[in-house]
Ligand binder design. Structure first.
Ligand code: MG
Length: 374
């Protein structure tokens, strides 16, 4: 791809001067756009730093090489920026949305999320996107005058579109501007593309599966046909070359197909983006099916692998016992959480505290409190 293929931000890009702004108005910054400021606020927040010790698929046992939520987030962000640049979208906004896309994940991935949702059933449950909004709107506290990071509407809107809690008044309000901006749709597509490729990479590295197990899948066959023929490579080299090729192939297909879709659907300005309910940013039909086949393989052979299930069950049990322990003794919470007792339901306060923990801190707290979990 040459420089000529990289479109400058065009009429379909969101522009920061068109932003619906922040809940607490702030003067403009002389050097950075509103979305650049959002990006920086996200990178400097505590929840972002904690992604370093949160599970993506596998917990830190056994290997230091696999991805964490932090490295996954950075990979998604760079893929999303590449796509945004090719499509002439707002890179700063895309970056801010991608950096924030997993902020609300509790310890131990989806297992931790499921356990928290059960424990918080009486106060409306737990869902990581809704929690990400609570984090950026309320729980983070870098400013003395208000709660939260005071992000722009557009970054918060992207979180709301991701959430399954469509009855929540906050989420409904944030969805009222029309269908999602292309920058949000790009971050979403980059996430999905990144995790199928990288979960495959990590699963082979962790020996949950072997490279040969996926050799028959159409997407892998297609990527393998692009590798240098006749070259003898070590298993590790073959894996990383294959994964790189997969990512590259999917990104090119996504950009090509999306360009065609935007043309075919007559999407030439922001108003037409806002009124278009279809996905717009997606793989072409062929690769969409092939990617689905790989995702299904991963579901059956990686996410439901005995070792992954054991880690998940242990993580969920740990979250449940931490919830119980702090509910029994809420005075043991740190002062910032304790000060909300009597104002918010105790379950929500404890849930906010436990959801913020990293895998590592949850393990340490569990040991410190002498809790018994299988
Ligand atoms: Mg993600």
């Amino acid at each position: 791809m040459s420089d000529r293929d990289l479109a400058p931000p065009g009429a379909i890009a969101m522009r920061s001067e068109l932003s619906r702004g922040r809940v607490h108005p702030e003067p403009r910054h002389p050097l950075r756009s509103e979305f650049q400021r959002d990006r920086d606020r996200i990178i400097y927040c505590t929840a972002f730093r904690r992604l370093m010790h949160k599970t993506q698929v596998m917990t830190a046992q056994g290997s230091d090489h696999h991805r964490t939520r932090m490295t996954h987030t950075l990979e998604v962000t760079e893929i999303a920026r590449t796509i945004a640049r090719c499509l002439g979208l707002n890179e700063d906004l895309t970056e801010a949305i991608a950096l924030s896309h997993d902020l609300g994940h509790p310890p131990f991935g989806h297992a931790g999320e499921g356990a928290l949702d059960e424990c918080l059933a009486g106060v409306g449950g737990f869902e990581h996107n809704e929690h990400a909004l609570r984090l950026v709107d309320f729980l983070e506290h870098p400013y003395p005058d208000f709660h939260g990071l005071n992000l722009t509407w557009e970054v918060r809107e992207a979180m709301a579109w991701h959430s399954s809690r469509d009855k929540s008044p906050t989420i409904q309000e944030l969805r009222s501007a029309g269908y999602p901006l292309l920058e949000a749709r790009v971050a979403d597509a980059a996430d999905s593309l990144a995790y199928v490729c990288h979960d495959l990479d990590d699963a082979v590295e962790a020996k949950l599966i072997q490279l040969d197990d996926v050799a028959g899948l159409s997407l892998v066959r297609r990527a393998s046909s692009l590798l240098p023929p006749g070259r003898v490579l070590s298993e590790d080299d073959r894996r990383s070359l294959l994964v790189r090729t997969l990512v590259d192939m999917l990104v090119r297909d996504l950009v090509d197909h999306t360009r065609r879709q935007l043309d075919a659907e007559g999407i030439h300005d922001l108003a037409s983006v806002r009124s278009h309910p279809g996905p717009l940013v997606e793989q072409g039909h062929g690769m969409r099916e092939e990617k689905r086949e790989l995702a299904e393989f991963l579901r059956r052979h990686v996410y439901y692998h005995r070792r992954v299930l054991e880690m998940s069950e242990r993580g969920a049990a740990l979250v449940r016992s931490l919830m119980q322990a702090f509910l029994k003794e809420p005075q043991a919470l740190p002062p910032r959480y304790r000060s909300r007792l009597g104002v918010d339901p105790a379950a929500r306060i404890v849930g906010d505290y436990v959801a913020g923990m990293t895998d590592r801190f949850a393990e340490e707290e569990h040991d410190r409190l002498g809790l018994k979990t299988p």
